[in-house]
Structure formats: C-alpha cells, structure tokens
Design a protein around this ligand. Structure first.
Ligand SMILES: [Zn+2]
Length: 425
C-alpha cells in the first residue's frame, strides 16, 4: 500500500519518496510504457468521480544527471497500490521527487468541493439525494434522484451555494470508525456512507455538510471561487445537473458572453433583446416560406401554360422536352407536374442539369394511357440503371454522359405507346 499524502494535506504539491515496484504495460497506442509504485505519493489516482493528477517525477541518474519523468496517468488497484504511468522505467529503490501539476489538481479540488456543497444544498433544500458525480474536462455533473426541478428552486440552490462560498467556511477532514459513521448517518449528521469497511474519512464543510470521501478538497469554501449551475436534463434515474466552479465558471461565462456578443452583432440588437428578435425572425421566416411556396406554385402554373402553348401536337402527342440549369430540382418537379396537367395529350421530359448526376423527370396528362414509372424504369434498365416512379410522374438520376441516350430512349417509348393507342381507337 502506498501512503497517500494528499489525505492529510491536499495542498501538497511536491514530495519525496522511493520506487517500490515497477511493471510494464502496453499503452493505448501500442507503445510500451511503465507503471511504477512509490512508498508515498501526493498524486491522486482516479476515484470517486475525480480524475487522476498529472505531473512529473525527478530522479538522480547514475551519471549524476537529473532525470525528469512525466507522470501521464495515475490509477489505484484493488490492493490499494497507486500506480504512476510513465514512459521511462525507474528501478525499485530509486529515490524520486514528485511534483503535482497544481493547476490541474486545484481545478479538480474546486469542482469536487463544489460538488460536496451543491449535493448538500440539494439535499437540505429539496431532499434530492445525489446518486452520482462526474468531473469532466470542461464541466461537471451530478445526478439527483427524483423528479424535475423548478427553475426557481435551482436558482435558490445556486444562490445558497454562492453565499456559503462567500462566507469562506472551513473545509476539514477527519477519521471515524465504521460504527461511529453509521451512528452519525442514523442521526442524520452524515449525508452518505459508502459500503467500505474500516476507518471512514469524513469531509466537513463547517455548519453545512459531513460526507464520507477519499478525494482532495479545498481548505475553505472561499477557494471554490463561485459556482454556476448550467444545464439541467432528465436522465433515466432522475435529473442531471451540469455545473462549473472557480475559473471554469469564469471561462464558461466568458465563452457564453462571446456567443451573445457575436449573435447580437449579427442581429444588430442588444443581448437582452436577442430572444424576442430571434422569435420574430423565426415567425417571419415561416411566413416567408409560405409566401415563397405560393409564388412558386403561381410561377409554375404560368410557365407551364406558356410551355404547352409553345409545343404543338404532332401525331396525337404534345411532347415537351426541356433542360434546366438554373432552377432547383423541387421546382423542376413541380413544373413537370403542372405542365403535364396544363393541357391534354401532353407528355413531359425534363432534365435538371444543375449538377451531375442529372435528374430526369417524366410526366403525362391524365388522358394519355402510359405509365411514366414503367417507361423510365425500362429505359434506365437499358443503360444499366435501376428505379422508376409512379404512373403519372417519375424521376431518376442519370450520369450526365448517359443523359442524351436515356432521353432518346424515353422519347421513343412514349411515341410508340401513343401511336399504338391512336391506331387502336
Ligand atoms: Zn470529496
């Protein structure tokens, strides 16, 4: 077992110790690396929702040079040994000086202590117990058992947390026996107790909360530096609260403000006017889309009427063949269907040539007796393509170099069908 120096002093940044064990392991990217154990360490291993510390170990090499070995990850095993992940081996017995990356650790202490405080207030104010805690890269979350929380309740919890932070109450740690801890839990003096046997480490936020925990915490609530509740979402077991403390709160508030500033500038409005402005734009957008659709319908009807006037009937068929490059495909489809119903004896072959593959539309007026889907399907099959459509309107994509062949094939099929039908009459 390694002596865990952070239990008695969470603010310890440097320490000395000796390597007691060394083992090889394959890292995630297949590189060979080492894990080493020390007789005593200030490096915190991942546990209880708090991520591991990083930092470095320095040792004196045989030639007298100082060897600096970065500690990239720290984990504990079931026997209580703390393993430091390094890329260079240090033999058992080597004396080392350890240096914890303080910026990372202090950030973890702020978030973790903030979690104790937040969980305590959710319990005291709303009787909502915390069932899990996750300390992430940019934000942290706690999951609370129970139903949805009212917005004003969340605001109250956040306000009380920040008042206690402002009061700078001492945060202390101590040890009790399992029996004592159970008695405290029964008397309501302890918020939560893990299943672990033996001595229990308690973290005490003065006149606020007592909780069993093996993590690292700040010395007083003032060091949490402020707490900001961000998002609240429903999860299967209850409610997930996202929060940030200390510098993270400042960073996330700054990032939010940058978004507000950029969006305000885009809309030429003040931040407080953003919501009504965006609401108004959405309503206008919906109304514009409706108006646009109405105008497209009208335009298609006018254009269809002109197209059928331009093409005379020959052999009982008005065949309107057009290529379009400057219209979107939805409009060309609309125009195909409107042209087909603009006059009797009308068949339509439209190509949308705005991109490759070309999209081809085949449509007919209801008095003509052929199946557009079938004709398109058979014509496409001749050039090794699949697919068709309905009897009165069909569409399919074709590579541009095969477009002409497909159009000729469809034209032939339509003319043959119409001529045959005329003879039968
Ligand atoms: Zn803790």
């Amino acid at each position: 077992m390694s002596e865990r120096l952070y239990h008695s002093d969470s603010s310890l940044r440097t320490f000395t110790g000796a390597v007691t064990d060394l083992r090889k392991f394959a890292s995630g990217n297949g590189e060979l690396a080492w894990q080493l154990a020390l007789d005593r360490t200030a490096f915190y291993p991942t546990s209880g929702g708090q991520p591991f510390d990083t930092g470095q170990l320095s040792a004196l090499a045989r030639d007298g040079a100082v060897l600096m070995v970065p500690v990239e990850q720290v984990e504990e095993d079931e026997d209580g040994t703390v393993w430091h992940f390094v890329r260079e081996p240090l033999a058992a017995g080597t004396h080392v000086e350890g240096q914890v990356d303080w910026e990372r650790r202090f950030d973890h202490m702020q978030q973790h202590s903030g979690q104790h405080l937040l969980s305590a207030i959710f319990w005291q104010e709303l009787q909502a117990p915390t069932i899990s805690f996750h300390l992430g890269e940019s934000t942290s979350t706690i999951d609370l058992a129970g139903g949805p929380l009212a917005h004003h309740s969340l605001e109250r919890v956040e306000r009380i947390a920040n008042e206690i932070i402002g009061e700078d109450r001492p945060v202390t740690s101590g040890y009790v026996s399992r029996v004592e801890a159970e008695a405290m839990l029964a008397a309501g003096q302890l918020r939560k107790l893990p299943d672990r046997q033996g001595t229990i480490r308690l973290i005490d936020i003065a006149d606020c909360d007592k909780n069993a925990c093996g993590g690292t915490h700040v010395r007083s609530t003032g060091q949490i530096g402020g707490l900001l509740v961000r998002t609240v979402e429903k999860v299967s077991r209850g409610v997930r609260i996202e929060f940030v403390c200390g510098l993270r709160a400042v960073r996330s508030a700054s990032a939010d403000f940058a978004i507000l500033r950029e969006t305000s500038a885009l809309l030429s409005t003040g931040a407080t006017e953003l919501a009504p402005t965006v609401g108004r734009l959405l309503t206008e957008g919906k109304s514009n889309a409706k108006e646009r659709q109405k105008l497209r319908e009208e335009l298609a009807a006018f254009q269809a009427a002109r197209l059928v006037m331009e093409v005379p009937i020959e052999n009982g068929l008005r065949l309107v063949v057009r290529e379009w490059r400057d219209r979107d495909r939805d409009y060309i489809k609309l125009l195909a269907s409107r042209t087909a119903i603009a006059a009797p004896q009308t068949a339509v072959i439209f190509s949308a040539n705005d991109a490759d593959p070309v999209r081809m539309f085949v449509a007919r007026s209801s008095d003509l007796d052929f199946n557009c889907g079938q004709i398109l399907r058979e014509a496409r099959a001749q050039i090794g393509l699949r697919g068709g459509g309905s009897a009165d309107l069909a569409q399919g994509d074709v590579p541009s170099e095969q477009e002409a062949a497909l159009r000729i094939s469809i034209t032939d099929a339509i003319c043959r069908t119409v001529v045959k039908a005329n003879k039968q009459q």
